[in-house]
Design a protein around this ligand. Structure first.
Ligand SMILES: [Zn+2]
Length: 310
């Protein structure tokens, strides 16, 4: 069989603070990240004009990145929210102002660089990147959580990230943990995210931010350690549910708080051991994500490549 020639793919990661990009190269079945960079997101004062300004910025970044690292055969764009896979238009974005319902995003970027462009949810992009190039490498089935302002979720089965019919599959953070629990931003109450998102970590640890909570716990602060143990218990319940349902061989935790390592992982493991009764939780590796802040852009590039090839 003649090996396929190497191909390059651009990924864009739309965030409320920064727009990141990555160019990845596919050679046979291996992927390499060639270049990454970022710039501040152009959030203009007039919120009505934000979507057009940001899409123009995405197209400009794409043109610049392709000029330096192209040619590319596809573009993937990670978005923090909901979208229409078939039309490449957004439905609703979290933490970015403006009228995003029905706004064209993939189309204008595809036109700017002359290759197909596809949208993907940013958490699914994170998971796909970790599955192919990061901490999920070699796993057949994987569960991923991105801990941050919210809790992004993703799962892969038989080596593929499960998207559902509209790209929303894997919202692990929005499973109900407590039927009478606190309200969640999604409109449900008692979601895992309502207990374990960044601001709740800070509250549980008695610190101003989640990052500060990790530093305090590492420095031996007892309240911060107890807070992380409490948060770890909730995360462990959510992850145990996922293990019971899909029996993954790897669970990948990303986001800044995952840097707490065993201070967070130990209570998660204890809760998993307590609750998973149908499969051996000893065979599930709980690991930290490896790709850091670039996972979203790299995963978007991988998604574009996979969609363009299908
Ligand atoms: Zn929710």
């Amino acid at each position: 069989m003649i090996p396929k020639p190497a191909s390059r793919h651009l990924g864009l990661d739309l965030g409320g603070t920064n727009l990141k990009w990555a160019v990845v190269e596919r050679s046979a079945d291996s992927w390499t990240s060639l270049a990454t960079d970022q710039e501040p997101t152009r959030v203009v004062a007039d919120h009505e004009a934000v979507p057009a300004a940001i899409v123009a910025q995405l197209a400009e970044i794409a043109v610049t990145a392709v000029a330096a690292w192209g040619p590319v055969v596809s573009v993937g764009i990670g978005v923090p929210g909901l979208y229409h896979p078939a039309t490449g238009r957004t439905r609703f974005l979290v933490n970015i102002p403006g009228p995003w319902a029905g706004h064209p995003v993939a189309g204008p970027v595809a036109d700017a660089v002359g290759v197909p462009a596809f949208l993907v949810n940013d958490a699914r992009a994170f998971g796909l990147a970790e599955l192919r190039l990061g901490a999920g490498r070699g796993a057949m089935s994987m569960v991923g959580l991105a801990l941050g302002t919210g809790i992004g979720g993703v799962f892969a089965i038989d080596g593929r990230v499960h998207q559902g019919h509209d790209g929303t599959a894997g919202e692990i953070g929005h499973q109900t943990i407590d039927p009478d629990g606190p309200w969640c931003g999604c409109g449900n109450r008692g979601c895992l995210e309502a207990f374990a998102r960044a601001d709740q970590i800070a509250i549980a640890c008695g610190t101003a931010t989640a990052e500060e909570a990790v530093r305090a716990a590492e420095g031996g602060d007892q309240r911060a350690r107890a807070g992380l143990a409490e948060i770890g218990r909730y995360l462990g319940i959510g992850i145990a549910n996922m293990i019971t349902i899909i029996s993954p061989d790897r669970v990948v935790l990303g986001g800044g708080v995952a840097a707490a390592g065993e201070l967070l992982f130990a209570p998660i493991r204890a809760e998993i051991a307590r609750r998973v009764r149908t499969t051996s939780s000893n065979d599930v590796a709980l690991v930290q994500a490896e790709l850091g802040i670039w996972a979203g852009a790299i995963g978007a590039a991988l998604h574009g490549a996979e969609r363009a090839a299908s």
